[in-house]
Design a protein around this ligand. Structure first.
Ligand code: GDD
Ligand code: MN
Length: 358
Protein backbone atom coordinates (compact mmCIF):
# COMPACT_ATOMS: atom_id res chain seq x y z
CA UNK A 1 0.00 0.00 0.00
CA UNK A 2 0.90 3.65 -0.49
CA UNK A 3 3.45 3.56 -3.22
CA UNK A 4 5.03 6.83 -4.34
CA UNK A 5 5.20 5.94 -8.00
CA UNK A 6 2.79 4.00 -10.20
CA UNK A 7 3.77 2.95 -13.70
CA UNK A 8 0.74 2.25 -15.87
CA UNK A 9 1.35 -0.10 -18.77
CA UNK A 10 -1.37 -0.96 -21.31
CA UNK A 11 -1.00 -4.42 -22.82
CA UNK A 12 -2.58 -6.29 -25.64
CA UNK A 13 -0.92 -9.60 -26.54
CA UNK A 14 2.48 -8.82 -25.04
CA UNK A 15 3.12 -12.12 -23.24
CA UNK A 16 6.78 -12.32 -24.23
CA UNK A 17 7.57 -8.74 -23.30
CA UNK A 18 6.11 -8.37 -19.81
CA UNK A 19 8.71 -10.40 -17.89
CA UNK A 20 11.78 -8.60 -19.29
CA UNK A 21 9.92 -5.30 -18.90
CA UNK A 22 9.24 -5.89 -15.19
CA UNK A 23 12.78 -7.14 -14.55
CA UNK A 24 14.37 -4.15 -16.26
CA UNK A 25 12.06 -1.66 -14.53
CA UNK A 26 12.77 -3.24 -11.16
CA UNK A 27 16.51 -2.97 -11.72
CA UNK A 28 16.29 0.80 -12.12
CA UNK A 29 13.42 1.55 -9.73
CA UNK A 30 14.13 -0.75 -6.78
CA UNK A 31 15.39 2.17 -4.68
CA UNK A 32 11.97 3.83 -5.08
CA UNK A 33 8.62 2.89 -3.62
CA UNK A 34 6.88 1.94 -6.85
CA UNK A 35 4.31 -0.36 -8.41
CA UNK A 36 3.45 -1.39 -11.96
CA UNK A 37 -0.22 -1.36 -12.95
CA UNK A 38 -0.92 -3.35 -16.08
CA UNK A 39 -4.18 -2.82 -17.92
CA UNK A 40 -4.73 -5.76 -20.21
CA UNK A 41 -7.54 -5.94 -22.73
CA UNK A 42 -8.16 -9.64 -22.28
CA UNK A 43 -5.18 -10.71 -24.41
CA UNK A 44 -5.50 -14.20 -25.85
CA UNK A 45 -1.80 -15.02 -25.49
CA UNK A 46 -1.77 -15.31 -21.70
CA UNK A 47 -0.30 -11.86 -20.98
CA UNK A 48 -2.31 -11.46 -17.76
CA UNK A 49 -1.22 -14.87 -16.44
CA UNK A 50 2.42 -14.05 -17.08
CA UNK A 51 1.99 -10.84 -15.10
CA UNK A 52 0.25 -12.59 -12.21
CA UNK A 53 3.13 -15.05 -12.09
CA UNK A 54 5.48 -12.11 -11.42
CA UNK A 55 3.39 -10.71 -8.56
CA UNK A 56 5.07 -12.66 -5.76
CA UNK A 57 8.51 -11.28 -6.64
CA UNK A 58 7.69 -7.78 -7.94
CA UNK A 59 5.20 -5.02 -7.06
CA UNK A 60 2.94 -5.63 -10.05
CA UNK A 61 -0.79 -5.85 -10.47
CA UNK A 62 -2.95 -6.49 -13.48
CA UNK A 63 -6.42 -5.29 -14.24
CA UNK A 64 -8.16 -7.07 -17.13
CA UNK A 65 -10.78 -5.25 -19.19
CA UNK A 66 -13.19 -7.58 -20.91
CA UNK A 67 -15.56 -5.11 -22.46
CA UNK A 68 -13.25 -2.49 -23.98
CA UNK A 69 -10.28 -2.16 -26.32
CA UNK A 70 -7.86 0.69 -26.83
CA UNK A 71 -4.51 1.92 -25.64
CA UNK A 72 -5.54 5.37 -24.43
CA UNK A 73 -8.70 4.36 -22.56
CA UNK A 74 -6.74 1.48 -20.98
CA UNK A 75 -4.37 3.98 -19.39
CA UNK A 76 -7.30 6.07 -18.12
CA UNK A 77 -8.97 2.97 -16.66
CA UNK A 78 -5.72 2.11 -14.90
CA UNK A 79 -5.66 5.41 -13.00
CA UNK A 80 -8.05 4.41 -10.18
CA UNK A 81 -5.73 1.47 -9.42
CA UNK A 82 -2.63 3.66 -9.27
CA UNK A 83 -1.66 4.67 -5.74
CA UNK A 84 1.32 6.86 -6.53
CA UNK A 85 1.47 10.63 -6.53
CA UNK A 86 3.75 10.32 -9.52
CA UNK A 87 2.34 8.37 -12.44
CA UNK A 88 4.45 6.96 -15.26
CA UNK A 89 3.03 5.67 -18.53
CA UNK A 90 4.84 3.47 -21.04
CA UNK A 91 4.41 0.71 -23.61
CA UNK A 92 4.96 -2.91 -22.69
CA UNK A 93 6.79 -3.95 -25.85
CA UNK A 94 10.23 -2.58 -24.80
CA UNK A 95 10.23 0.07 -27.52
CA UNK A 96 10.30 2.46 -24.56
CA UNK A 97 13.56 1.61 -22.75
CA UNK A 98 12.68 1.08 -19.06
CA UNK A 99 16.03 2.64 -18.11
CA UNK A 100 14.65 6.07 -19.10
CA UNK A 101 11.85 5.91 -16.51
CA UNK A 102 14.14 7.09 -13.64
CA UNK A 103 15.06 10.17 -15.74
CA UNK A 104 11.37 11.02 -16.08
CA UNK A 105 10.79 10.54 -12.37
CA UNK A 106 13.86 12.62 -11.55
CA UNK A 107 12.50 15.44 -13.73
CA UNK A 108 9.27 15.38 -11.70
CA UNK A 109 11.13 15.23 -8.40
CA UNK A 110 13.20 18.21 -9.58
CA UNK A 111 10.06 20.29 -10.02
CA UNK A 112 8.47 19.46 -13.36
CA UNK A 113 4.74 18.67 -13.42
CA UNK A 114 4.89 16.66 -16.62
CA UNK A 115 7.95 14.99 -18.19
CA UNK A 116 7.91 13.49 -21.67
CA UNK A 117 10.42 11.01 -23.12
CA UNK A 118 10.98 12.61 -26.50
CA UNK A 119 12.43 11.54 -29.84
CA UNK A 120 12.63 15.12 -31.01
CA UNK A 121 15.07 16.70 -28.58
CA UNK A 122 18.86 16.49 -28.69
CA UNK A 123 19.95 12.94 -27.93
CA UNK A 124 16.58 11.44 -28.85
CA UNK A 125 15.54 9.59 -31.98
CA UNK A 126 14.65 6.27 -33.52
CA UNK A 127 16.76 3.12 -33.39
CA UNK A 128 15.77 2.31 -36.96
CA UNK A 129 13.92 4.98 -38.80
CA UNK A 130 11.15 3.74 -41.01
CA UNK A 131 10.70 6.58 -43.50
CA UNK A 132 6.92 6.34 -43.73
CA UNK A 133 6.39 6.12 -39.97
CA UNK A 134 8.72 9.07 -39.51
CA UNK A 135 6.70 11.18 -41.93
CA UNK A 136 3.38 10.16 -40.36
CA UNK A 137 4.71 10.96 -36.91
CA UNK A 138 5.98 14.40 -37.97
CA UNK A 139 2.75 15.13 -39.86
CA UNK A 140 0.62 14.15 -36.86
CA UNK A 141 2.81 16.32 -34.62
CA UNK A 142 2.40 19.29 -36.96
CA UNK A 143 -1.39 18.91 -36.97
CA UNK A 144 -1.69 18.92 -33.21
CA UNK A 145 0.79 21.77 -32.79
CA UNK A 146 -1.29 23.74 -35.30
CA UNK A 147 -4.72 23.19 -33.78
CA UNK A 148 -3.91 22.64 -30.10
CA UNK A 149 -1.52 25.35 -28.93
CA UNK A 150 -1.03 23.79 -25.51
CA UNK A 151 0.58 20.77 -27.22
CA UNK A 152 3.38 23.06 -28.45
CA UNK A 153 4.99 22.77 -25.05
CA UNK A 154 6.50 19.47 -26.19
CA UNK A 155 8.35 18.56 -29.38
CA UNK A 156 7.08 14.99 -29.29
CA UNK A 157 3.40 15.02 -28.32
CA UNK A 158 3.05 11.63 -30.10
CA UNK A 159 5.16 9.93 -27.47
CA UNK A 160 3.39 7.47 -25.21
CA UNK A 161 6.24 7.48 -22.66
CA UNK A 162 5.96 10.03 -19.83
CA UNK A 163 5.50 10.77 -16.15
CA UNK A 164 3.44 13.39 -14.34
CA UNK A 165 2.13 14.57 -10.99
CA UNK A 166 -1.26 13.05 -10.34
CA UNK A 167 -2.70 16.34 -9.00
CA UNK A 168 -2.51 17.64 -12.58
CA UNK A 169 -5.45 15.51 -13.64
CA UNK A 170 -7.49 15.73 -10.43
CA UNK A 171 -11.10 16.51 -11.33
CA UNK A 172 -10.32 16.42 -15.05
CA UNK A 173 -12.55 14.31 -17.22
CA UNK A 174 -10.39 12.31 -19.63
CA UNK A 175 -12.13 11.03 -22.73
CA UNK A 176 -9.42 9.96 -25.18
CA UNK A 177 -9.82 7.78 -28.22
CA UNK A 178 -7.19 5.89 -30.18
CA UNK A 179 -3.53 5.91 -29.19
CA UNK A 180 -2.54 9.37 -28.03
CA UNK A 181 -3.03 9.30 -24.29
CA UNK A 182 -0.20 11.74 -23.67
CA UNK A 183 -1.90 14.37 -25.80
CA UNK A 184 -5.17 13.93 -23.91
CA UNK A 185 -3.48 14.40 -20.54
CA UNK A 186 -1.25 17.26 -21.63
CA UNK A 187 -4.08 19.26 -23.22
CA UNK A 188 -6.80 18.57 -20.66
CA UNK A 189 -4.69 18.38 -17.50
CA UNK A 190 -3.37 21.26 -15.40
CA UNK A 191 0.38 21.15 -15.78
CA UNK A 192 2.46 24.30 -15.68
CA UNK A 193 6.02 23.05 -15.87
CA UNK A 194 6.43 20.65 -18.77
CA UNK A 195 9.79 19.21 -19.73
CA UNK A 196 11.32 16.68 -22.13
CA UNK A 197 13.93 13.99 -21.69
CA UNK A 198 15.55 12.42 -24.76
CA UNK A 199 15.06 8.75 -25.59
CA UNK A 200 15.68 6.43 -28.50
CA UNK A 201 12.52 4.71 -29.70
CA UNK A 202 13.58 1.08 -30.00
CA UNK A 203 12.57 -1.23 -32.80
CA UNK A 204 9.98 -3.82 -31.97
CA UNK A 205 11.60 -7.20 -31.42
CA UNK A 206 8.75 -9.07 -29.74
CA UNK A 207 5.13 -9.37 -30.82
CA UNK A 208 3.41 -7.05 -33.25
CA UNK A 209 2.41 -3.42 -33.44
CA UNK A 210 -1.31 -2.78 -33.08
CA UNK A 211 -1.14 0.50 -34.95
CA UNK A 212 -3.17 0.53 -38.16
CA UNK A 213 -4.90 2.89 -40.60
CA UNK A 214 -7.98 3.05 -38.38
CA UNK A 215 -5.83 4.70 -35.74
CA UNK A 216 -5.04 7.57 -38.12
CA UNK A 217 -8.71 8.53 -38.46
CA UNK A 218 -9.18 7.97 -34.75
CA UNK A 219 -6.34 10.41 -34.25
CA UNK A 220 -8.03 13.15 -36.27
CA UNK A 221 -11.28 12.61 -34.39
CA UNK A 222 -9.38 12.80 -31.14
CA UNK A 223 -7.80 16.14 -32.17
CA UNK A 224 -11.24 17.52 -32.97
CA UNK A 225 -12.66 16.23 -29.71
CA UNK A 226 -9.77 17.86 -27.81
CA UNK A 227 -10.40 21.14 -29.62
CA UNK A 228 -14.00 20.99 -28.52
CA UNK A 229 -13.33 20.03 -24.91
CA UNK A 230 -10.37 22.34 -24.36
CA UNK A 231 -12.10 25.45 -25.72
CA UNK A 232 -10.09 25.77 -28.94
CA UNK A 233 -13.17 25.24 -31.07
CA UNK A 234 -14.96 27.96 -29.14
CA UNK A 235 -11.97 30.20 -29.79
CA UNK A 236 -12.35 29.60 -33.53
CA UNK A 237 -16.06 30.43 -33.32
CA UNK A 238 -15.24 33.67 -31.49
CA UNK A 239 -12.73 34.51 -34.20
CA UNK A 240 -15.44 34.02 -36.86
CA UNK A 241 -17.88 36.21 -34.89
CA UNK A 242 -15.29 38.97 -34.69
CA UNK A 243 -14.71 38.56 -38.43
CA UNK A 244 -18.45 39.06 -38.94
CA UNK A 245 -18.34 42.28 -36.96
CA UNK A 246 -15.47 43.37 -39.22
CA UNK A 247 -17.69 42.96 -42.26
CA UNK A 248 -20.23 45.30 -40.66
CA UNK A 249 -17.53 47.88 -39.87
CA UNK A 250 -16.07 47.61 -43.37
CA UNK A 251 -19.43 47.96 -45.17
CA UNK A 252 -20.75 50.65 -42.84
CA UNK A 253 -17.68 52.84 -43.08
CA UNK A 254 -17.46 52.38 -46.85
CA UNK A 255 -21.03 53.63 -47.12
CA UNK A 256 -20.55 56.54 -44.71
CA UNK A 257 -17.31 57.79 -46.23
CA UNK A 258 -18.56 57.47 -49.79
CA UNK A 259 -22.07 58.85 -49.32
CA UNK A 260 -21.45 61.50 -46.68
CA UNK A 261 -17.69 61.97 -46.66
CA UNK A 262 -17.51 62.70 -50.35
CA UNK A 263 -14.64 60.26 -50.89
CA UNK A 264 -14.06 58.21 -54.02
CA UNK A 265 -15.30 54.68 -53.16
CA UNK A 266 -11.90 53.01 -53.67
CA UNK A 267 -10.36 55.49 -51.26
CA UNK A 268 -13.18 54.91 -48.74
CA UNK A 269 -12.65 51.19 -49.20
CA UNK A 270 -8.95 51.34 -48.34
CA UNK A 271 -9.81 53.27 -45.15
CA UNK A 272 -12.66 50.90 -44.25
CA UNK A 273 -10.54 47.80 -44.80
CA UNK A 274 -7.78 49.06 -42.54
CA UNK A 275 -10.28 50.24 -39.91
CA UNK A 276 -11.98 46.83 -39.84
CA UNK A 277 -8.58 45.14 -39.50
CA UNK A 278 -7.88 47.31 -36.45
CA UNK A 279 -11.30 46.72 -34.84
CA UNK A 280 -11.00 42.98 -35.56
CA UNK A 281 -7.57 42.94 -33.99
CA UNK A 282 -8.68 44.78 -30.86
CA UNK A 283 -11.73 42.57 -30.35
CA UNK A 284 -9.69 39.43 -30.89
CA UNK A 285 -7.04 40.63 -28.49
CA UNK A 286 -9.50 41.18 -25.65
CA UNK A 287 -12.04 38.49 -26.48
CA UNK A 288 -10.79 35.62 -28.63
CA UNK A 289 -7.21 35.45 -27.38
CA UNK A 290 -7.56 37.12 -23.97
CA UNK A 291 -5.80 34.15 -22.35
CA UNK A 292 -2.81 34.43 -24.68
CA UNK A 293 -2.16 38.18 -24.72
CA UNK A 294 0.91 39.71 -23.13
CA UNK A 295 0.48 43.10 -21.48
CA UNK A 296 2.17 46.37 -22.43
CA UNK A 297 1.51 48.87 -25.20
CA UNK A 298 4.55 47.81 -27.22
CA UNK A 299 3.39 44.18 -27.26
CA UNK A 300 -0.09 45.33 -28.21
CA UNK A 301 1.29 47.28 -31.18
CA UNK A 302 3.63 44.46 -32.23
CA UNK A 303 0.68 42.10 -32.34
CA UNK A 304 -1.28 44.64 -34.35
CA UNK A 305 1.54 44.70 -36.90
CA UNK A 306 1.54 40.92 -37.18
CA UNK A 307 -2.24 40.79 -37.41
CA UNK A 308 -2.14 43.37 -40.19
CA UNK A 309 0.44 41.45 -42.21
CA UNK A 310 -1.48 38.20 -41.83
CA UNK A 311 -4.71 39.93 -42.88
CA UNK A 312 -3.02 41.25 -46.03
CA UNK A 313 -1.93 37.74 -46.98
CA UNK A 314 -5.48 36.64 -46.17
CA UNK A 315 -6.86 39.21 -48.58
CA UNK A 316 -4.45 38.03 -51.27
CA UNK A 317 -5.52 34.42 -50.67
CA UNK A 318 -9.20 35.33 -50.86
CA UNK A 319 -8.60 37.18 -54.09
CA UNK A 320 -6.39 34.40 -55.53
CA UNK A 321 -8.96 31.67 -54.82
CA UNK A 322 -11.68 33.86 -56.34
CA UNK A 323 -9.62 34.44 -59.49
CA UNK A 324 -8.60 30.80 -59.75
CA UNK A 325 -12.07 29.27 -59.31
CA UNK A 326 -13.80 31.70 -61.67
CA UNK A 327 -11.19 31.38 -64.43
CA UNK A 328 -10.42 27.65 -64.17
CA UNK A 329 -13.80 26.18 -63.23
CA UNK A 330 -16.01 28.90 -64.60
CA UNK A 331 -17.58 29.19 -61.17
CA UNK A 332 -19.93 32.08 -60.42
CA UNK A 333 -17.91 34.80 -58.73
CA UNK A 334 -20.21 34.99 -55.70
CA UNK A 335 -19.86 31.25 -55.07
CA UNK A 336 -16.13 31.32 -55.73
CA UNK A 337 -15.82 34.17 -53.25
CA UNK A 338 -17.33 32.00 -50.50
CA UNK A 339 -14.47 29.53 -50.97
CA UNK A 340 -12.04 32.43 -50.96
CA UNK A 341 -13.47 33.68 -47.67
CA UNK A 342 -13.27 30.21 -46.13
CA UNK A 343 -9.60 29.81 -47.09
CA UNK A 344 -8.79 33.30 -45.82
CA UNK A 345 -10.53 32.74 -42.47
CA UNK A 346 -8.70 29.49 -41.90
CA UNK A 347 -5.39 31.07 -42.85
CA UNK A 348 -5.98 34.13 -40.69
CA UNK A 349 -7.01 32.04 -37.73
CA UNK A 350 -4.17 29.54 -37.80
CA UNK A 351 -1.48 32.08 -38.67
CA UNK A 352 -2.58 34.37 -35.83
CA UNK A 353 -2.76 31.49 -33.38
CA UNK A 354 0.74 30.49 -34.44
CA UNK A 355 2.41 33.90 -34.62
CA UNK A 356 0.43 36.85 -33.24
CA UNK A 357 -0.82 35.19 -30.04
CA UNK A 358 1.84 32.50 -29.73
N1 GDD B 1 -4.77 -2.47 -23.13
C1 GDD B 1 -4.46 -2.23 -24.41
N2 GDD B 1 -5.47 -2.19 -25.33
N3 GDD B 1 -3.19 -2.03 -24.77
C2 GDD B 1 -2.92 -1.80 -26.07
C3 GDD B 1 -3.90 -1.75 -27.07
C4 GDD B 1 -5.25 -1.97 -26.66
O1 GDD B 1 -6.18 -1.95 -27.45
N4 GDD B 1 -3.29 -1.50 -28.26
C5 GDD B 1 -1.98 -1.40 -27.99
N5 GDD B 1 -1.75 -1.58 -26.68
C6 GDD B 1 -0.47 -1.58 -25.98
C7 GDD B 1 0.53 -2.53 -26.58
O2 GDD B 1 0.43 -3.81 -26.03
C8 GDD B 1 1.84 -1.83 -26.22
O3 GDD B 1 2.23 -2.11 -24.92
C9 GDD B 1 1.48 -0.37 -26.31
O4 GDD B 1 0.08 -0.30 -26.11
C10 GDD B 1 1.87 0.25 -27.65
O5 GDD B 1 1.25 -0.44 -28.70
P1 GDD B 1 1.99 -0.67 -30.10
O6 GDD B 1 1.02 -1.33 -31.00
O7 GDD B 1 3.32 -1.31 -29.87
O8 GDD B 1 2.17 0.82 -30.53
P2 GDD B 1 3.24 1.47 -31.48
O9 GDD B 1 4.59 0.94 -31.23
O10 GDD B 1 2.75 1.46 -32.85
O11 GDD B 1 3.07 2.98 -30.97
C11 GDD B 1 3.75 3.44 -29.89
O12 GDD B 1 4.59 4.44 -30.34
C12 GDD B 1 4.04 5.67 -30.49
C13 GDD B 1 5.09 6.66 -30.92
O13 GDD B 1 5.23 6.66 -32.29
C14 GDD B 1 2.85 3.85 -28.73
O14 GDD B 1 3.68 4.04 -27.62
C15 GDD B 1 2.32 5.13 -28.80
O15 GDD B 1 1.81 5.47 -27.50
C16 GDD B 1 3.42 6.06 -29.19
O16 GDD B 1 2.81 7.26 -29.32
MN1 MN C 1 5.23 -0.57 -30.03
Amino acid sequence: MNKDISIIVPTYNEADAVTPLVERLHKVLSSHSYEIVFVDDDSRDGTADRIRALADRYPVKVFVRKDKRGLATAVVDGLPYAEGRIIGVMDADLQHPPEIMPDLIKAIEDGADFAVASRYVKGGGWREKDFLRGVISKGATFICHLFLPSSRRVNDPMSGFYAFRKEGIAGVELRPRGYKILLEMLVMGHFSKVTEVPFIFESRRLGQSKLNARQQTEYLKHIFSLMRRSGELLRFIKFCLVGGSGVVVNEGLLWLLTEFGGLYYLVSSAISIETSIITNYTLNDFFTFSDRRKGGLLNFLKRLGKFNLISMVGLALNWGVLAFLTSTFDMHYLVANLFGIAVAILWNYLANLWWTWK
